[in-house]
Ligand binder design. Structure first.
Ligand SMILES: Cc1ncc(COP(=O)(O)O)c(C=O)c1O
Length: 435
């Protein structure tokens, strides 16, 4: 099929995410390799968002493809009441690489299901029901995960599930900036007291926030949350669905501060999206609770052998190719490139990155830091920038007044510079709007 035929048929018979359907303009994708993907007509794109921040090892890795093929021909599926070798090996490997004494895993089909199960486990384990989450956070598109989500994607799902309350954010948009660790923690403790500490099962946070702005917490914040949770018998859930698996230059983003959560949710980079898989990991004593107590949870595709095989092979790629360390060192290169952009383009109001998890915030006025597009909105300049990226063969997320720089972790320095050269030219467009 031609690209146009693919797009027309997809638009006619499928729904695209989070959009009014008349507004969508998808790129037809035929094949992909490394950091690139191609349309059926052969136009090449640099995948500067690793698709949905998930193809961390890069596209088309034969080691993962062969592992999937081999598993498909040996045992494509066994129901979750069975025990399989890939399930056993994957869980043991995850116990090795996850922080602290996280030791047991429940496998799911993705991030949202992992979050749903983390919430249920927290409630069953503590006997409490409330869950605290932040406004600037995304946790998935199912009922509970959307209630925990603070950003506008939650609005249409309201009233949502009972028992969810908000804990304070440490970032308030480019004009108001960041709170100090002390400020945000003291306001958090006040909210916990007002909610009733004995009613709270868990707090869930993205340790480094993803789609809501690559928000890197001030030092001491995550440890402070850990301490508050310990003080009040509340569980800490680290949602590592986007920030996990090397994205920040560590296996998990909490590792950057050496903080150990009680539960950890993961998906995306777990298989680099070659096959869909999510997991919720839990500390030993939480897993032990379910020795005598029923674990009320189940999914037909829990521990799917194809997905487990893809995950094992993907983790081996991170290790063989030193992709975690690579994300850290290439993150330094990206830092330099981002700082260079900011020094030369007046429309660049802020840049942030940790490892290969990066963002640029654009402003209309460098003095007042008025954003180039409003909260939850767009502007002609942001649209023109998105158009430039597309024309020049750079794919990334352009959201509100920001765009993301999240390439696969296998990217080379030359490839990174190639992408930044396209960005550099595009920023001439937004510079023209600067007052
Ligand atoms: C932090 C976080 N949690 C959960 C999810 C939901 O994952 P999924 O779309 O696989 O259900 C996402 C997806 O982007 C995410 O970024």
């Amino acid at each position: 099929m031609t690209g146009t035929e693919i797009v027309d048929l997809c638009r006619r018979h499928t729904l695209f995410e989070w959009s009014a359907q008349a507004a969508v303009d998808p790129i037809p994708v035929a094949h992909a390799k490394g950091i690139y993907f191609w349309t059926p007509e052969g136009k090449r794109f640099i995948d500067f968002n690793s698709q949905l921040m998930c193809v961390n090892i890069g596209h088309g890795d034969e080691r993962v493809i062969n592992a999937i093929k081999e598993q498909a021909s040996t045992l494509a599926y066994a129901n979750p009441f069975m025990a399989t070798e890939v399930r056993a090996r994957l869980a043991a490997k995850l116990a090795e690489i996850t922080p602290g004494d996280i030791d047991a895993f429940f496998f799911t089909n993705g991030g949202a299901e992992s979050v749903e199960n983390a919430v249920r486990i927290s409630r069953l384990f503590t006997g409490r029901h409330k869950i605290g989450a932040r406004y600037r956070g995304y946790h998935g598109g199912t009922a509970g995960a959307l209630t925990l989500t603070g950003d506008p994607r939650r609005w249409a799902a309201e009233p949502g599930i009972p028992g969810v309350f908000r804990i304070p954010d440490f970032y308030h948009g480019i004009q108001k900036g960041f709170d100090t660790t002390e400020e945000v923690l003291s306001r958090t403790e006040e909210v916990l007291e007002l909610e009733g500490v004995n009613t709270i099962a868990a707090l869930i946070v993205e340790p480094v926030t993803g789609t809501n702005g690559i928000l890197i917490p001030p030092d001491g914040y995550l440890q402070g949350l850990r301490d508050l949770c310990d003080k009040y018998g509340i569980l800490l859930i680290a949602d590592e669905v986007m920030a996990g698996f090397g994205r920040t230059g560590a296996w998990f983003s909490v590792d950057n501060w050496n903080v150990k959560p009680d539960l950890i949710t993961m998906a995306k980079g777990l298989t680099s999206a070659y096959v869909q898989l999510g997991a919720v990991g839990m500390r030993r004593h939480i897993a032990d609770h379910f020795q005598k107590n029923v674990f009320y949870g189940g999914l037909t595709y829990n521990s799917h052998p194809l997905a487990c095989a893809a995950a094992l092979a993907t983790i081996a790629v991170y290790e063989e190719d030193n992709l975690i360390e690579r994300a850290r060192s290439m993150g330094q290169v990206m830092r330099g490139l981002l700082e260079d952009l900011q020094s030369r383009h007046p429309s660049v109001g802020a840049t942030r990155n940790i490892g290969l998890f990066g963002i640029v915030e654009l402003v209309r006025n460098p003095k007042t830091l008025e954003p180039m597009a409003p909260f939850n909105g767009t502007s002609p300049e942001m649209q023109a920038l998105g158009k430039h990226f597309r024309q020049e063969g750079l794919y990334t997320f352009v959201r509100w007044n920001t765009f993301f720089t999240n390439p696969p972790l296998c990217i080379t320095e030359d490839e990174l510079r190639e992408a930044f050269a396209i960005i550099d030219k595009g920023l001439d467009i937004t510079d023209q709007a600067v007052l």
